[in-house]
Design a protein around this ligand. Structure first.
Ligand SMILES: NC(=O)c1ccc[n+]([C@@H]2O[C@H](COP(=O)([O-])OP(=O)(O)OC[C@H]3O[C@@H](n4cnc5c(N)ncnc54)[C@H](O)[C@@H]3O)[C@@H](O)[C@H]2O)c1
Length: 318
């Protein structure tokens, strides 16, 4: 099968490309290498894929490129490209979220409609729930995003629904819950915490550390993503959460243990848009996708720490 992956040089997209290639598929990866974080990190993410004969990279901006020919022979499109990050999404920056999150999604869906692509899988986020009334949260809970980023993902989901309803397209929406592991984006908490532990620099911790997250190891998120392409129900929405809910302060303790030295913490105020707690009800994904996350947080953290330490040694991090 030939698949298109947008956001192919990013954290989750590059891991998905490696999985699809290992499973024997042809992959066209599309990425514009936005400057949200360094290009050299993204190039490193796809270094193995670039050596693979079944991988092709199209460096293109989804908002301006002609996409129909790129997706025309695809058995499915995984649409992961977007502007991520909750805290940066306020103020002037929102225009980037509208462009790379909403407009890019509409253009991908339009190209897939024209080219009659059999199936699209869209990467949404737990951020669409906002502060859920009860936890764990199921897919039919009310959506009340509390950040402009969450609103951009909600809009992306609604575009998927409208194209599905309007044109009979098979679109499956996935709500990822805080994904971590090797290649995690430099702005994300585990990356920042581990890097500080490795370099001895102080760590900015937002809030008092009591906030909890349902952390999802990247390979588990990718397994749920390929399963959604294989057997997700058209028009369905699935939570993909790792199933272990940890407080940020307990994560810091675990990182201290892995690093073998105390961390220097600098507590800052909780950031507007950050939800207090997340926890996914994954009953539907388990039943319909066979989703069964395997990685425990301590082992996953250790793997991410090893990979970050390798990258530091290779001069890939500031
Ligand atoms: N990482 C998480 O924990 C998490 C959680 C929930 C949802 N998500 C969603 O998953 C997806 C992937 O997230 P990630 O953490 O891998 O982010 P990432 O920033 O590492 O990857 C996104 C990639 O998309 C590319 N891109 C952005 N705009 C583009 C455009 N207009 N044209 C072409 N390429 C473009 C970027 O260059 C980048 O390489 C995003 O849609 C994000 O909103 C991620």
């Amino acid at each position: 099968m030939r698949f298109v992956v947008t956001g192919a040089a990013g954290f989750i997209g590059s891991t998905l490309c490696d999985r699809l290639l290992a499973d024997g598929h042809d992959v066209l990866g599309v990425d514009s290498f936005t400057d949200y974080y360094a290009r050299r990190i993204k190039v490193h993410n796809i270094r193995d894929a670039l050596q693979h004969p079944a991988f092709q990279l199209l460096e293109a901006d989804l908002v301006t490129a002609t996409l129909t020919s790129a997706v025309s022979e695809a058995g499915g499109v995984f649409h992961l490209a977007a502007q991520p990050g909750v805290r940066q999404s306020w103020g002037e920056e929102f225009s980037v979220y509208v462009r790379d999150g909403i407009l890019a999604t509409q253009r991908v869906l339009e190209a897939c409609r024209t080219a009659r692509v059999p199936r699209v899988v869209y990467a949404s986020s737990s951020s669409v729930y906002g502060n859920a009334e009860s936890l764990p949260v199921a897919e039919d809970a009310p959506l009340r995003p509390i950040s402009p980023y969450g609103i951009s993902k909600h809009a992306g989901e609604e575009l998927c629904r409208a194209y599905g309803d309007g044109f009979g397209m098979e679109v499956v929406v996935l709500r990822y819950f805080t994904v971590y592991g090797p290649r995690q984006r430099p702005d994300m908490a585990f990356h920042r915490f581990i890097k500080s532990a490795l370099t001895g620099r102080s760590i900015d911790v937002y809030g008092d550390g009591s906030q909890t997250r349902d952390f999802t190891y990247v390979d588990d998120a990718v397994a749920g993503t390929t399963a959604a392409m294989d057997r997700g129900l058209p028009g369905a929405v699935y939570n993909l959460g790792g199933g272990a809910r940890w407080a940020v302060r307990d994560i810091l303790d675990a990182i201290q243990t892995i690093a073998g030295k105390p961390l220097v913490l600098q507590h800052l105020e909780a950031q507007l848009g950050d939800v207090a707690h997340t926890a996914a009800d994954t009953t539907k994904a388990r039943r319909e996708l066979g989703f069964a996350p395997e990685m425990d947080v301590v082992s996953g953290l250790a793997r991410q720490a090893q990979s970050l330490s390798d990258r530091l040694r290779n001069g890939l991090l500031d």
